[in-house]
Ligand binder design. Structure first.
Ligand SMILES: [Zn+2]
Ligand SMILES: [Zn+2]
Length: 475
């Protein structure tokens, strides 16, 4: 639609948009949605419940209030994600088992694989760092790929196997910690940094890693979560008996499951989701207190992370320890401007952005009762939450780079690189801020603004039951 100039054009465009919306509403009323089992969704961004009509493949339904995606229907059914996850698993094996890089200096030649990174970290006594690297670049992706294949193969064959629902939940959770794409960036940064120190040849693992990143992103795009859950329902592999009717309108006490998104009325005895077995909570439990704790811990550790060296380059017997900021300065001094910008952004700006962003969201949420403040930029804050939750993983690029450099440059007296204690603190900051974002429930911001009805109004709620919101005390 062409937008006209001036107020008359704008008014016409607005009228056209309103007309289009009215037409969509009329079409929905004339043809009530059929075909999908659970059509009422609760928005995980704002808590608004709404009917999502049956979507065509490739379509996405967004929340009318905050714009968060409610349901995305992927094209390609089960076959496409299954094929892509199997391909991912094969590439993953190549990435871990073949040569990553051949480095040489003064006639000494080293072949390194990806395993050398964590191994060298353990050798230097930095085992927490080795554990974090191994978990995010090996264990979590492996668990995710195997879990997805375990669920998708029986779904394709129409077979019921034990544990489909918990395995699918677990695989999705592992996806948060699987950081192969960040590892690829870490390899790239390490490769560029080493350019003038040693001679390097790239091995097959690097190409496989590049390919793996593309295939994994594609697989995640092709996976239709709700379709998988409905497939699990059809096979009867759910945790309990899933009710046929959507509970909306039937019972105001229905709760949206954080694990699978199903709205159901919690059972009096066990209070678990009938589809996936997750414990049902109207809002993430103790969200405010837990998020504050992780934000505080992250903020405190941010100081040693920047004060202590993350890397020491020992060349001809002389050591040069450098901090995160020092590393950026070195890159600037060697005229690697784009790389300096990247490291500055990922390692210095992103953690600060996350801590401040979450701090603001928490503070405003605790101002329940003050309508003007709690409604200020509510929609933008909800979008900010999802950005904060997504961006944090990219800070791991520094950790992966340090782990690789430590493994690649071990040439005795000629040149060695040792990751420092600052890297351990920095890694803790990254993991703590990821956890903080996971514990925060953005729906609480809309509750605090009084937009989710009396049931979720923080000042009316019994503090010992239901979703925990710390009310600022009047004193
Ligand atoms: Zn919403
Ligand atoms: Zn569930």
């Amino acid at each position: 639609m062409a937008t006209g100039q001036g107020p008359a054009g704008k008014a016409a465009a607005r009228a056209a948009r309103a007309e289009k919306r009215a037409a969509t509403r009329a079409a929905l009323a004339a043809h009530p949605p059929v075909g999908e089992r659970h059509q009422v969704h609760e928005c995980m961004g704002c808590g608004q419940r709404q009917v999502v009509p049956t979507l065509d493949p490739g379509m996405r339904a967004r929340c009318v209030r905050c714009g968060t995606t409610l349901r995305r229907r992927a094209a390609g059914g089960v076959d496409r994600p299954l094929a892509l996850y199997i391909a991912s698993l094969g590439l993953f094996a190549v990435v871990w088992l073949t040569m990553l890089m051949r480095v040489s200096t003064s006639g000494i030649v080293h072949d390194t694989t990806l395993i050398s990174g964590p191994m060298e970290l353990v050798h230097q006594g930095l085992w927490p760092l080795a554990l974090a690297v191994a978990f995010t670049s090996a264990l979590a992706p492996l668990a995710k790929f195997v879990g997805m294949i375990y669920v998708l193969v029986p779904l394709k064959l129409g077979l019921r196997v034990p544990g489909m629902a918990p395995v699918f939940l677990f695989a999705r959770r592992m996806g948060i910690w699987a950081m192969m794409e960040v590892l690829l960036l870490g390899v790239f940064v390490a490769f560029t940094k080493l350019g003038d120190l040693v001679t390097m040849d790239v091995g097959p693992a690097v190409y496989a890693l590049g390919l793996l990143t593309v295939v994994t992103v594609w697989a995640d795009q092709a996976l239709d979560r709700e379709a998988v859950w409905q497939g699990i329902e059809r096979l009867g592999a759910t945790w309990g008996t899933v009710p046929d009717e959507d509970p909306i309108g039937l019972d105001p006490h229905a709760i949206a499951c954080e694990g699978c998104g199903l709205l159901s009325v919690p059972h009096e005895e066990h209070g678990q989701c009938p589809r996936c077995g997750s414990h049902l909570h109207a809002r993430k439990p103790n969200s405010i207190a837990r998020t504050w704790a992780f934000v505080m811990a992250g903020a405190i550790l941010y100081i040693p992370a920047n004060y202590y060296p993350v890397l020491t380059v020992v060349q001809s017997g002389a050591g040069m320890p450098s901090t995160i900021l020092g590393g950026v300065e070195e890159l600037l001094a060697s005229h690697m401007y784009p790389l300096a910008l990247l490291v500055f952004f990922a390692s210095i700006l992103v953690p600060i952005f996350k801590l401040i962003g979450l701090g603001i969201m928490l503070t405003v949420t605790m101002m329940a009762g003050n309508e003007q403040r709690t409604r200020f930029m509510l929609r933008q804050r909800t979008v900010l939450y999802f950005i904060v939750a997504w961006i944090g993983r990219w800070s791991m690029v520094d950790i992966f780079m340090e782990s690789l450099l430590g493994a690649l440059v071990q040439f005795g007296v000629i040149a060695t690189i040792q990751p420092g204690i600052g890297a351990v603190a920095f890694c803790a900051v990254v993991l703590l801020t990821i956890l903080a974002a996971e514990f925060f429930d953005p729906r609480l911001m809309w509750d605090a603004a009084g937009l989710n009805g009396a049931r979720f109004k923080p000042e009316l709620r019994d503090s010992t039951h239901g979703p925990a919101v710390s009310n600022p005390s009047p004193s």
